[in-house]
Design a protein around this ligand. Structure first.
Ligand code: PLP
Length: 401
C-alpha cells in the first residue's frame, strides 16, 4: 500500500478553493500509463485526467512540439493568422468527414458555450432553445450548467441563463413531444461520460437526426469526452453514421484529448452553419493560440500514425473482457476505452467512490462514477501487461486477493 494517500494539508491553510475536496495524493511526474507521487510511489493511470492524456503522460512528440513552439512564437492576437492551428482545423474537418469549419477555444465548456451561441445565431429571433438530455454533462459555466441535465446541480446557482430544456436520454417520443418552434438545437453526448458511461442507442440517434431536419433544428454532439479515438472511432457519432454521407451531426464540440493535457477545445460545424457567425459575434483571446495548437497538431499526427481508433477498439475489448473476470464485477458498459464497471458493492462493502479511493491506495487511478460503478479510461496506448497489472490491483480491492 502506498503511504502518501493521506491529507496533504489542513483545509484552513490550503491555498486552493475547496471545489474539489481534499486531494488524496500529489502527483509530480508521469510517463506513458504511469504516474508518480511525491514519495516516489508508482500508479497506473486508468483515468487519464478524465480522458485527456490519451497518448499517455509526457509524450515526447507533444513535449517536443511545446518546447519548439515556445522558442518560436507563443502568442499573437486572433486578428492575425498563425501556422499550427490551420493544420489542426484541416485535420479535424477531415476526421469529421469534411465540409466544415472550426473555431478554437480553451476548454470543453467554452466549446459548448460557442456551440450554444452558434445555435442561437443560426436559429434567429425566437428560435433559441437547446434541448439536451437528463444525466448529461456539458460544463460548469452558467449556460453549460443549465444545458447539463442534472437539476440538483442547478439550484444553488439560479437564476441560470434561459433557453434550455431536458428530456430522458434515449427516449425519442419524449424528445419529439418536447419540440416546439422555439427549439434551435438538440444537444447530445453519444456516450454520456459524467452521467455514468451511458451509451446512446444508434436507432435513437438516427431518428433524432431526421427530427432535427424536419423541425429545422441543429443536431449537436458533445464529443468533449468521446472525441479523438477514445471510443474506437475518431468521433463516437461515427459508430452510428457514415462520415462520407451528409446524414451526420451539424455541430460537434471537442476538447479533452485534443491537447493530451494542454488546454484546447474546438467547435466543428458544417460550413453553411458556421457561416451564421459574423466577425465580432464570438471571440477568445487564447483560443487557437500557437502553443496549444502546436500540441494538438503533434497529438493528431501521432494518433493518425498509430491508428488510435484501432488501438482503442482492441484494448477496450480486452479490458472489458478482463474486467468481467475480476471478483464482484457484475457488468461492464461503454465503448472502446471509455468503460464503466458495475460492482456488487454490497458484497465488497464499499461504494463506487470508496472503491476508487482504495484503488488509489493500491496504485491504480480510476474514479467512482455512481454509487455502484467505477469508470476506466486508460491511455489508448495501454499495454496488455498494464491491463493485467491493473486488474490484479482491482482484484485486491474488490476482495479477490
Ligand atoms: C469534461 C466535459 C465537458 C466540460 O469540459 P471542461 O474542459 O471541463 O470545461 C463538457 N462536456 C463533456 C461531455 C465533458 O466530458
Amino acid at each position: 500500500m502506498n503511504s502518501s494517500t493521506v491529507a496533504l494539508d489542513s483545509p484552513e491553510t490550503y491555498p486552493l478553493m475547496p471545489t474539489y475536496g481534499q486531494p488524496p495524493v500529489q502527483f509530480v511526474r508521469g510517463s506513458g500509463t504511469e504516474l508518480y507521487d511525491r514519495e516516489g510511489n508508482r500508479y497506473l493511470d486508468f483515468l487519464c485526467g478524465l480522458a485527456v492524456t490519451s497518448l499517455g503522460h509526457a509524450h515526447p512528440a507533444v513535449a517536443e512540439a511545446l518546447a519548439e513552439q515556445a522558442r518560436t512564437l507563443l502568442h499573437v492576437s486572433n486578428l492575425y493568422e498563425t501556422v499550427p492551428g490551420l493544420e489542426v482545423a484541416e485535420t479535424i474537418d477531415r476526421l469529421q468527414g469534411g465540409g466544415g469549419q472550426v473555431f478554437f477555444c480553451n476548454s470543453g465548456a467554452e466549446s459548448l458555450e460557442g456551440a450554444i451561441k452558434l445555435a442561437r445565431r443560426n436559429g434567429g429571433h425566437g428560435k433559441y432553445v437547446v434541448v439536451s438530455a437528463l444525466r448529461s454533462f456539458h460544463g460548469r459555466t452558467l449556460a453549460t450548467l443549465h444545458a447539463t441535465g442534472q437539476t440538483e446541480k442547478h439550484e444553488t446557482f439560479q437564476p441560470l441563463p434561459e433557453g434550455f430544456r431536458h428530456v430522458t436520454y434515449n427516449d425519442f417520443d419524449e424528445l419529439e413531444a418536447s419540440i416546439d418552434p422555439s427549439c434551435a438545437a438538440v444537444l447530445l453526448e453519444v456516450v454520456q461520460g459524467e452521467g455514468g458511461v451511458n451509451v446512446a442507442d444508434g436507432e435513437y440517434l438516427k431518428k433524432v437526426r431526421e427530427l432535427c431536419d424536419e423541425r429545422q433544428m441543429l443536431l449537436m454532439f458533445d464529443e468533449v469526452q468521446t472525441g479523438f479515438a477514445r471510443t474506437g472511432e475518431w468521433f463516437a457519432w461515427q459508430h452510428h453514421f457514415d462520415p462520407t454521407n451528409d446524414v451526420r451531426p451539424d455541430v460537434v464540440t471537442m476538447a479533452k484529448a485534443l491537447g493530451n493535457g494542454v488546454p484546447i477545445g474546438a467547435i466543428w460545424a458544417k460550413k453553411e452553419i458556421a457561416q451564421a457567425f459574423q466577425p465580432g459575434d464570438h471571440a477568445t483571446t487564447y483560443g487557437g493560440q500557437p502553443l496549444a495548437t502546436s500540441a494538438a497538431r503533434a497529438v493528431l499526427r501521432v494518433m493518425e500514425a498509430i491508428d488510435a481508433p484501432a488501438l482503442a477498439t482492441s484494448a477496450g475489448d480486452e479490458l472489458m473482457g478482463k474486467l468481467l473476470e475480476v471478483p464482484n464485477v457484475v457488468d461492464t458498459r461503454g465503448l472502446g476505452l471509455l468503460i464503466a464497471a458495475e460492482i456488487d458493492t454490497d458484497a465488497v462493502g464499499k461504494t463506487g467512490q470508496e472503491i476508487a479511493l482504495a484503488c488509489l491506495e493500491e496504485g491504480l487511478v480510476v474514479n467512482g462514477i455512481s454509487p455502484t460503478a467505477i469508470r476506466l479510461a486508460p491511455p489508448l496506448t495501454v499495454s496488455s501487461e498494464e491491463i493485467d497489472e491493473a486488474m490484479a490491483k482491482l482484484s485486491v480491492v474488490l476482495g479477490g486477493g
